[in-house]
Design a binder for this molecule. Structure first.
Ligand code: 6R9
Length: 619
């Protein structure tokens, strides 16, 4: 793009501004002084853009369709008028709890409309939300509450999912034992299940919403004021609080949602992600609502009560755009096409995928059985950090190839660099690491409380560019093929997990001396978690201990972090300077013993022989 200011200057106008911006782009990728600003002197309110401005024409149009876990329970259609009232009341409850502009609010809720109300209520009063996936453990929740210094945590009594109930309130109670006693707990009574109640700390949100005024004036916010923090795993250390802006983020989420899904007025759009991930932020809540769309929120899981649920919901609500993850497609593919064929899917127009590279076999199945060969597939490559789609096809406009995310979105400038030398790989038919050479409005602005770490993580290794952490290939036609993470991040069912996080959970167990975690190919999850564990002297390995460690990791982080395979390792392969040689551990986990590479720096080669001999079997 020759004139980003002119292009994005026009796109910014898709939002309503209290004070229009006069500056469009002001960004610098130079290591040491990275700074990213878009529409910096503009003033707006995100909730107004997602709700109020639609009211004159759409007060009675459905904003959110809520499809509960239990298929026999009625779905709810929440109009823009109703959404407005709920968000205003919710915002007044937050104000009554002393939440002010810039304060952080942690949202620990499942896929219920109140999650969207809570996010938009924060946006309305200028508070910064941080949604924590409801599958995370009390410890993980506590770490996030403490890292962002939240004043309030919003949760619900229990969360039905796949016919079972997760005790979110009691998880929050456990988390709050590790937090300041000033943190308030706002509880949505969703199922009515019994919970404990701490007088003076816990607040019944739904009851309070009835007490407060039905309207709450929106707080005018600067375009660069943070809208939310979302924690995500990196290759090292604890999860990073990715900070997104108000103006640039919303503009980018709205634009990509409209163009990539070819979203048109009146369409029913369904993204199956959870609001606890960035996909839920940009493509369940902010993008669709900024466009005045109808967005479906599904509380359940793909295989409850049976593997036809997704398609039953598509038929029931006449879904036009359907957006899901390769891992879901693979698991439903395994159940056979008869589950899809039972339902009328003629309403579908566009299919999307996100979260990990999609294997061509799953792509072809999705195209044939779900899309009946007539729905374009958009394979959208992006990240928590990018705020919105980066490399993706556009329906009907870009020819697809199964497994390729195809071409960059408007204004996105990918560069492929040699991983070792950082040399730019010009032309087509090249491979390397994927970076972006210039900014886009949806880009993250910083890591909460640690701008240094932000610069080091994304701008240090390949100076002058933003480094994604992914490898990629640009084929002869200029199409991009994402080959997966090149750092120590594993992608389990589309969820990012840092190997370091799982390792530190394991070594926190009294019987564990040392642990090394790597990813390995897993037929359903994409990647599985393979843990090499060295026990303390005198501790004997056993199946019981294996189970104990699995449960331990579940409680330390959450079910998604549970190792798929644990191998007892009397020793780990290390260099003479004591660095664990993960490259070797990855190869062993992948069952690829022929290609261990240079092992001459190993301190004790017999360690490797032992590991190979006792490798856990995963076919
Ligand atoms: C949106 C989201 C980001 C990582 C990313 C990459 C992988 C996402 C992909 C894809 C291939 C796609 N990824 N979409 N790989 N093709 N269409 O998933 O964000 O949770 O931060 O994960 O997911 O490895 O770096 P996030």
């Amino acid at each position: 793009m020759n004139d980003p200011d002119a292009f994005w200057g026009r796109e910014g106008k898709r939002l309503d501004w209290v004070t229009p911006y006069t500056k469009v782009k002001n960004t610098d990728f130079t290591m040491g002084k990275v700074s990213i600003k878009w529409f910096e002197d503009g003033v707006l309110n995100v909730a107004v853009n997602c709700i109020d401005r639609h009211l004159p024409s759409r007060a009675n149009q459905t904003a959110i369709i809520f499809e509960p876990d239990d298929p026999s329970a009625p779905a709810r259609h929440i109009s823009y008028g109703e959404l407005s009232e709920s968000v205003n009341r919710f915002a007044n409850v937050l104000l009554s709890q002393g939440v002010m502009r810039g304060d952080r609010v942690v949202i620990y809720l499942p896929m219920i409309p109140e999650a969207a109300y809570a996010m938009l209520a924060c946006a309305r009063i200028g508070a910064v939300h941080s949604v924590v996936f409801a599958g995370f453990s009390p410890d993980a929740l506590a770490n996030r509450i403490n890292d962002c210094g939240a004043k309030v945590v919003i949760t619900c009594d229990t969360a039905p999912r796949g016919g079972r109930r997760t005790p979110l309130k009691s998880n929050a109670d456990a988390a709050l034992l590790h937090c300041s006693d000033r943190v308030r707990c706002l509880v949505v009574k969703h199922t009515g299940d019994q919970t404990t109640w701490v007088q003076g700390r816990d607040v019944d949100v739904l009851a309070q919403m009835k007490e407060v005024a039905p309207d709450c004036p929106p707080r005018p916010m600067n375009a660069e004021d943070p809208l939310f923090i979302l924690y995500t795993s990196g290759s090292t250390g604890k999860p990073k609080g990715v900070v997104h802006s108000s103006g640039g983020y919303l503009c980018y989420a709205a634009m990509t949602h409209q163009m990539v899904f070819d979203y048109k007025d009146g369409d029913v759009y369904w993204c199956t992600a959870d609001v606890g991930w960035v996909t839920g932020h940009s493509y369940i809540v902010y993008g669709p609502l900024a466009n005045g769309g109808t967005t479906l929120m599904f509380e359940g899981v793909p295989n409850f009560p049976d593997p036809g649920r997704f398609w039953a919901v598509c038929e029931k609500h006449k879904v036009n755009q359907f957006y899901t993850a390769p891992t879901a497609i693979r698991s439903l593919m395994g159940q056979g096409p008869e589950w899809v064929d039972k339902y009328d899917l003629t309403s579908l127009r566009v299919l999307g995928t996100v979260g990990e590279p999609i294997n061509p076999e799953a792509w072809v199945w999705y195209d044939k059985h779900v899309g009946k060969g007539r729905c374009p597939i958009v394979d959208t490559f992006w990240q928590t950090e990018t705020g919105g789609h980066m490399i993706t096809s556009l329906p009907g406009a870009i020819d697809t190839k199964p497994g390729s995310a195809t071409l960059p979105f408007f204004g996105v400038k990918p560069v492929v660099l040699d991983a070792a030398t950082a040399a730019v790989q010009e032309g087509n038919g090249v491979e390397g690491v994927l970076c972006f050479s210039d900014s886009w409005p949806g880009q993250m602005r910083t890591i909460w409380g640690d701008h240094e770490r932000f610069m080091e993580t994304y701008f240090q290794q390949y100076p002058g560019t933003y480094f994604t952490g992914d490898g990629c290939r640009r084929d002869e036609d200029g199409y991009y093929w994402i080959t997966g993470r090149v750092d120590d991040v594993i992608n389990v069912s589309g969820h990012r997990m840092g190997t370091a996080e799982v390792e530190s959970a394991l070594v926190a167990h009294v019987k564990v001396a040392e642990a090394a975690v790597v990813g390995y190919p897993h037929s359903l999850k994409g990647q599985g978690i393979y843990a090499y564990v060295t026990l303390m002297n005198g501790i004997e390995p056993s199946d019981d201990l294996r189970k104990e460690l699995e449960t331990w990791v579940r409680t330390e982080i959450g079910p998604i972090a549970k190792p798929d395979l644990i191998q007892w390792a009397p020793g780990l392969p290390k260099t003479r300077s004591g660095k664990i040689m993960r490259r070797i551990l990855r190869k062993i986990a992948e069952n690829d013993f022929g290609a261990l590479g240079d092992i001459s720096t190993l301190a004790d080669p017999s360690v490797v022989e032992d590991l190979i001999e006792n490798r856990q079997n995963h076919g």
